[in-house]
Design a protein around this ligand. Structure first.
Ligand code: DC
Length: 228
């Protein structure tokens, strides 16, 4: 039997989402990217004009939000729809403004506990590939396969830059993206609550210089070993 709960953690743009989506499709599992929940909460705080530094207000808002992830309703390159209180925010949560504010929001313990509870409920149903920063350590410590996917900051920024260019967004340069990736790494790894780190029983894979297919092949190998 292949593992029924798979946790994939790692820093921004390490390829987690792409790899997880491919695996989930192959296995017939739910693919759940927990980053969209932190992004939706950040988008909602900005949309309502809250100061991101106002921890109490951002936390209260997050506790009331209805964040849903559903199958894609449009053929515009999206992997899924993200709805925040019924509004389609799938692309809005990928804006540079959300990118710049999401790590500070995800530091707040109250925001994390509200979102972690929802993620854990979904994860415990099984047949899921769940992606984030703290899935193997906090959200689903009982996951049957834990992968920590890493890559150099420069390679991760290069990948994000290519994505942004493919979307025809001329506003972000490679240097902006690299600076943002490094800043987010520092905040995500340095926070007190559920910092980005590999679980002690995670398999660490470095995807620097590897194609998506090569990383998927390594993970398939791990799944095959665990299934035997
Ligand atoms: O994976 P991403 O870039 O979409 O994640 C956005 C931010 O959300 C990231 O900077 C940190 C936060 N995050 C988190 O703290 N814990 C998670 N499980 C997922 C994301």
């Amino acid at each position: 039997m292949p593992p029924t709960t798979i946790a994939i953690d790692g820093p921004a743009a390490s390829g987690k989402s792409t790899i997880a989506a491919v695996l989930a499709k192959q296995l017939g599992y739910l693919y759940f990217d927990t980053g969209v929940m932190y992004r939706a909460a950040t988008w909602a705080a900005l949309d309502r004009g809250l100061a991101i530094s106002d921890e109490a207000a951002v936390t209260r808002l997050t506790e009331t939000l209805q964040i849903d992830v559903k199958p894609p309703s449009k053929d515009d390159g999206r992997q899924y729809d993200v709805l925040c209180d019924g509004r389609d925010v799938t692309w809005a949560i990928r804006s540079p403004e959300v990118d710049a504010n999401v790590s500070p929001v995800s530091v707040y313990p109250g925001v994390r506990s509200a979102l972690t509870a929802q993620q854990r409920r979904i994860g415990l149903q099984g047949h899921v590939v769940m992606v984030g920063r703290d899935i193997g350590t906090v959200v689903l410590p009982e996951a049957q396969l834990k992968i920590y996917l890493d890559a150099s900051a420069e390679e991760r920024a290069q990948r994000r830059y290519r994505e942004v260019q493919a979307r025809g967004d001329p506003t972000q340069t490679y240097d902006d993206i690299l600076a943002n990736v490094k800043r987010r790494d520092a905040i995500d790894s340095g926070r007190a609550t559920a910092p980005l780190k590999a679980a002690s029983d995670a398999i660490i894979l470095d995807s620097t210089g590897l194609s998506i297919a090569a990383v998927v092949a390594q993970v398939e190998e791990l799944i095959a070993q665990r299934s035997a």
